[in-house]
Design a protein around this ligand. Structure first.
Ligand code: PMP
Length: 379
């Protein structure tokens, strides 16, 4: 044969998720932890490596890690499922509760994987856009849920990429009005310190997602988990790949989780760094900064795509460009880095913005800019 039979027709309009493997000296684009694992944990891991049975399949349910997470959350192991990163668990939720003829509700702008996984799994997507401050439109969501045909709801809490939290009362109203599976995605929980965990007993349809990728410096190993009712976890185990979390990742994640107190100082430093970024950006002028409860800050600036390019090419600082995403015109997102990285980012933005102001004055466009009539300024 000289041809390939076409894949599922739904794939025609899908483009592969572009994780943009761009390198820069200051990497602030992926909401990762600025530091590698603490040396004492790396030491322990190196010791074990010699004992690891690479020839054997991993424990399919990651029992040790599962027990540790259950215990820390006042739950039983059957309330916990470990996944190959939170991403895998989101996909499994849609394999089990979504699929052809079924519907996911989300509130954009939000984490892109909800929509992508809906498309891949053939789940219909109902989008209820957020308001001007990126708040969930509670009235519209509740009205839509009351129609009774939604199977899954996904809410990022705090929301990536906007950084804001949805009031707990709104989440409870949602849980009260629907029997749909409600995923409260707490990927940034360690920074927001807000959790829906206390509401699990009353709401068996509540599922909480967390990850080791952010606060625990483990984005490279791919470990996340969900907390949920045992009936939900049982269904998820039907659709998951049995060995998706490898032995090494299980070991390291268990060690990190056991020693998680070691990470507290760095988490506090990141929260302090977040304040530095928010204040620093606000002080520059011409930048709208959105309050954040996570380890990143979203901001809006004129000619954002040009600023993004300038940061990368002239200052080797990589942030995330959302300027062409729906509802995020002219928005960029910066991840909180180390103190040095935050300073380098802030002084680069300051530099670029002051050059902008200077060239506006020189070219006499300043007045036009203020009145919103200037076109491209060459950035
Ligand atoms: N949920 C949200 C809201 C996220 O931002 C991320 C990471 N970008 C994830 C889930 C998944 O994280 P991971 O797959 O690294 O565990």
């Amino acid at each position: 044969m000289d041809r390939i039979r076409p894949p599922r027709p739904e794939l025609e309009y899908l483009v592969p998720y572009d994780a943009k493997d761009i390198k820069a000296e200051v990497m602030l684009a992926a909401n990762e932890h600025p530091a590698n694992l603490p040396g004492e944990i790396v030491e322990k891991i190196s010791g074990w490596l010699r004992e690891l049975r690479f020839n054997r399949y991993p424990d399919p349910m990651a029992s040790r890690l599962r027990e540790l997470i259950a215990e820390a959350n006042g739950l039983e192991p059957h309330n916990v499922l470990i996944g190959n990163g939170g991403d895998e668990l989101i996909f499994e939720l849609l394999l089990a509760w979504g699929g052809p003829g079924r519907t996911l509700l989300d509130c954009p702008p939000t984490f892109a994987m909800y929509g992508i996984d809906a498309q891949v799994s053939g789940t219909e997507l109902v989008r209820i856009p957020r308001g001007p401050e990126f708040e969930v439109d509670a009235e519209a969501v509740l009205a839509r849920l009351a129609e009774g045909d939604i199977d899954v709801v996904m809410i990022s809490q705090p929301n990536n990429p906007t950084g804001n939290l949805t009031p707990e009362t709104v989440l409870i109203d949602i849980l009260n009005v629907t029997d749909a599976l409600v995923l409260v995605d707490e990927a940034y929980f360690e920074f927001s310190r807000q959790t829906m965990r206390p509401h699990m007993e009353r709401h068996p349809n509540l599922v909480i997602l967390r990850t080791f990728s952010k606060a625990f410096s483990l984005a490279g190993l791919r470990v996340g988990y969900v907390l949920g009712h045992e009936d939900v976890i049982r269904e998820l185990t039907k659709v998951r790949q049995p060995y998706s979390v490898d032995s090494f990742a299980q070991w390291v994640a268990a060690s990190v989780f056991r020693d998680r107190v070691v990470f507290q100082q760095a988490i506090r430093d990141i929260m302090r760094g977040r304040d530095t970024l928010m204040h620093g950006l606000s002080a520059i002028g011409g930048i709208e900064v959105f309050p954040s409860e996570a380890n990143f800050v979203l901001f809006r600036v004129e000619h954002a795509a040009a600023l993004w390019r300038d940061l990368l090419h002239n200052y080797s600082v990589l942030v995330r460009d959302f300027s062409r995403s729906a509802g995020l015109d002219d928005c960029l997102r910066v991840t909180v880095g180390s103190d040095e990285e935050n300073d380098r980012f802030l002084s680069a933005v300051e530099d670029i913005m002051s050059h902008r102001r200077a060239s506006e004055i020189l070219s006499g466009t300043e007045a036009h800019v203020r009145h919103g009539t200037a076109g491209e300024l060459g950035y």
